[in-house]
Design a protein around this ligand. Structure first.
Ligand code: NAD
Length: 258
């Protein structure tokens, strides 16, 4: 039997989406690190940098680079730096989302073409771009992660345009899993239950949603970023070697309830 590994020692991964210590991406980065991985960490822009830099330092990140996925060339520069530093990549986490406020707070029926396009580009197509750049570096196979939400499947009040965007993200992950599977590259959508982050603060009545989930989820508690991080990191180990294309819920079981 081949040697199987339940840790990430000797593995190298890219983490996109840390804004601060409450970010889901930070919980994942901490878990990847706990399992022994080396990390490259990105920050949105100069304004975000002072909030992310101490966390990247604490994580012992080998690379700390700017990345606004709406800026042409920036994602290519990140992967070029990874190629120079490591020459390969084992996993990459995409944990970002954006929708213009006017579109996020309105009905899907009223969503502008521009707002819909921007939300799709930053929250969904950037994952596809990330996979394309990661593919040639994943010479021993690898794992790609993106963060979705239950609103992709069911209508969640106030989630609005992000519902169709996350549905497209999960469908993209399935197609990418089929296309990249022969190269040993796995693709996962992780679907966390609600938790207070900066991105979540843009969603109306978010406190009511959290209260509902806490009351109705089988676990009767809300998830934290370490819960999400540990599940995600384990899927990057050999424990997840034949798991791909699916959506993994880390939500205390809320999604099974009728
Ligand atoms: P967060 O605010 O900590 O993270 C969102 C990140 O998106 C930030 O780091 C921000 O810089 C980044 N981002 C936005 N526009 C960008 C761009 N143009 N280029 C690069 N990065 C950009 O919030 P979070 O809740 O940790 O969000 C991470 C992911 O988790 C998102 O996809 C979100 O939809 C998803 N999610 C969140 C929850 C929740 O309840 N918080 C639940 C399920 C899924």
């Amino acid at each position: 039997m081949t040697e199987l590994s339940l840790d990430l020692r000797g593995k190298r991964g890219l983490v996109i989406g840390i804004a601060n210590g409450a970010s889901i991406a930070y919980g994942c980065a901490r878990a990847f690190r706990r399992l022994g991985a080396d990390l490259a960490v990105t920050y949105l822009n100069e304004k975000a940098k002072p909030h992310v830099e101490p966390l990247a330092r604490e994580l012992g990140a080998d690379l700390f680079l700017p990345l606004d996925v709406s800026q042409p060339g920036q994602m290519e520069a990140v992967f070029e730096a990874i190629q120079q530093k490591w020459g390969k990549l084992d996993f990459a986490l995409h944990s970002i989302a954006f929708a213009p406020m006017a579109d996020l707070h309105g009905r899907v029926v009223d969503c502008s073409a521009e707002g819909f396009g921007k939300a799709m580009d930053i929250s969904c197509h950037s994952f596809i771009r990330m996979a394309k750049l990661a593919e040639p570096l994943m010479t021993d196979g690898g794992t790609l992660f993106t963060m979705s939400y239950f609103g992709a499947h069911k209508v969640v009040p106030h989630y609005n345009v992000m519902g169709p965007v996350k549905a497209a993200l999960e469908a993209s992950a399935r197609y990418m899993a089929a296309e990249l599977g022969p190269k040993g590259i796995r693709v996962h959508s992780i679907s966390p239950g609600p938790l207070k982050t900066r991105a979540a603060s843009g969603i109306d009545h978010f406190d009511e949603l959290m209260a509902r989930v806490e009351a109705e989820a089988p676990a009767h508690r809300l998830v934290d970023i370490d819960d999400i991080g540990l599940t995600t990191a384990l899927l990057a180990t050999d424990a997840g070697r034949l798991v791909t294309g699916s959506t993994t819920y880390v939500d205390g079981g809320y999604h099974i309830m009728g």
